[in-house]
Ligand binder design. Sequence first.
Ligand SMILES: Nc1nc2c(ncn2[C@@H]2O[C@H](COP(=O)(O)OP(=O)(O)OP(=O)(O)O)[C@@H](O)[C@H]2O)c(=O)[nH]1
Ligand SMILES: [Mg+2]
Ligand SMILES: [Zn+2]
Length: 354
Amino acid sequence: MNKKKDKKKFKRKNIKLSNVEIDNVDNFTEDEVQEEKRAEKKSVKKGKFSSKSSLKLKKGRILEVRSNYKCLVKIDDQEVICTLGGRFKHVNFETKSIIAPGDYVNVDISKEFRIEEIRDRENTLSRFSDKEFQMEIIIASNVDQVIITSSYKEPKIKLNLIDRYICSALISNIDPVICINKIDLADSLETVHNIGSFYLKLGFKVIYTSIKTASGIRELKAILKNHDSVFSGHSGAGKSSLINMLQPELDLKTAAISNYHKKGIHTTTRSRLLSWKFGGYLVDTPGIKTFGLHRDDKERIPSIFPGFSAFTEECKFHNCSHTHEQNCGVKRAVENGVYPAARYDSFKRIWESL
Ligand SMILES: Nc1nc2c(ncn2[C@@H]2O[C@H](COP(=O)(O)OP(=O)(O)OP(=O)(O)O)[C@@H](O)[C@H]2O)c(=O)[nH]1
Ligand SMILES: [Mg+2]
Ligand SMILES: [Zn+2]
């Protein structure tokens, strides 16, 4: 497979502040706090927390964002509400998500649970608004893979959305996994396999699942085991249902799609990082309508779009956009029926949207 692992990461500088509020520090043992103090001293030597000598910092991971200033954080085995001061907002004005599920943070537990630092992100799965100034909405951070969850039917599968996810995931160095759910609603298995085979042949992971027949569930579990994954896709595709099937104790809320529009009714309203009993973490997320990419990444789409790399050597220009150029290998492949016209149209839609 020619899937180029792109090393560009959405790394942001560690962000720090002081002062906020909260709960109950007594749950941490003296030893744990001392250990953190020692770690802190070491980092002071390295110049990391220069002026914060009185802080008792512990590493945590954000489970759920309640607002831009309040979130649920896992610190050791405890889940605590932490706050975040207003000054963070000014540091990063390009993003709607100051904090995101999956973020690793350093929390000051000396007086209250206050996030002092958001640690460098390994990656983020982000979508962007289509306004003039594109704001980032981080779906999850620090994940290994995105389970692009689509239902074959009800709601109908949208391949352009899958293509958008794949492009974004490749840019962010996250493995895309295509999960086509509700295959029990298909007339035949052949029909759904025809949809997935394009991606499968290119080397992407594709799984066909149903919570009604349990098909594909074991395969899905094997992919999820010991990895951090984010489930994302349309509302009603069955994200929460699949997660419940894999771990019924989670008992996530699910609901039937609307009878009239055959669309999901946005049952999951807040993303949540949860842990698998079989190893690894998952983020269940609210369904989305569209997945906007960032204009800054536009020039990269022609080289990473699924399946193009087999033909780009025949392009006259090394930075061919495969749109208006003469002697374009991709366009020739489309004309000759070697590359599916529907996928090329999907590429054009993304290209033009940026
Ligand atoms: N026939 C069929 N129905 C399914 C399958 N998986 C989920 N559903 C149904 O689809 C509906 C929506 O499922 P949810 O799990 O709530 O969907 P979701 O993707 O979490 O939706 P949001 O939280 O709104 O984003 C529910 O009625 C499920 O029972 C499946 O494999 N086959
Ligand atoms: Mg849900
Ligand atoms: Zn070209």
